[in-house]
Design a binder for this molecule. Sequence first.
Ligand code: NAD
Ligand code: UDP
Length: 310
Amino acid sequence: MRILVTGGAGFLGSHLCEYLLMQGHDVICLDNFFTGSKDNIQHLFTNYHFELIRHDVVEPILLEVDQIYHLACPASPVHYRYNPVKTIKTNIMGTIHMLGLAKRTKARILLASTSEVYGDPLIHPQPETYWGNVNPIGPRSCYDEGKRAAECLMMDYHRQNSVDTRIARIFNTYGPRMAENDGRVVSNFILQALRGKPLTVFGTGQQTRSFCYVDDLIRGLVQLMETENLHTPLNLGNPDEFTMIDFAKLVLELTESHSEITFLPLPEDDPKQRCPDITLAKNVLNWRPTVSLHEGLKHTIEYFRKKLFL
Ligand code: NAD
Ligand code: UDP
């Protein structure tokens, strides 16, 4: 198949391009390089089946494709809050353009949605049936509400125009190729530990997250895309839940770092808890994560160690 990956030069997108090429597909990677980089995909440039297009999904584009993985959107709070208007435009206009492309070409389309659609959840762990607790006007809204609008567009194009849609609600995912300036907690703590700098825990560190290793996540995305007739959202994530203070201690242990832990103010609307209910993915896709946080962190630490000290 000829498969379009928007946001293909980013962290998840670059792993996905690689995986799809390995499966024997032709891959078109589309990216505006806001948070992605050519470094992430330069090893694919010599592959005859790989094409790169510099393009912004806020503008329409004419292509002929069989499948679309729509990932284009900054994922780190630091980056999506940098230009919130652009973030919501990317989510809404970008998704409309990709859905238009899917409608014209009859391509199946998968949206990379997020656990952020659950906001600061009042139900724990979060099943797909939970409608969420999202502040519609806060500093995270450009992302949270942007993704909720993108999900709405996916469902409406499916119901109204029979577009063959898939929606993945991705929970915190980490691994090699997270950018050094990404600003999310996994890369922040690892880099701080390796540099001997204090680990910056926001708030008291009692808030929780559940971290999924990138290889597990990519496998889940492709399995979801290949499943027939599943148009409603599906959670993909690792249900092992950690407080941020425990997570900081684990990073210190695995990096053998003597860094201190310092406490900084909690960002506004930071969700207090997050953990996926993955019953649906287990039942429908027979998918579950296989990489433990220990093992995944070791690979990720190795990646950053090489980047810093080579
Ligand atoms: P990332 O920032 O590394 O990748 C996003 C990519 O999209 C980058 O290459 C960026 O340059 C590109 N991009 C951004 N705006 C664009 C635009 N207007 N036009 C074209 N390209 C654009 O982030 P990631 O972690 O790889 O996330 C990929 C997708 O998965 C995002 O949609 C994100 O919301 C979703 N997601 C990720 C996580 C996670 O933990 N990694 C969790 C939930 C959802
Ligand atoms: N966080 C932290 N220190 C950092 C970066 C993030 O304590 O240097 C916290 C943040 O407040 C949140 C959690 O770690 O509670 C996960 O943050 P991240 O930005 O990785 O993802 P998200 O909040 O979108 O889940």
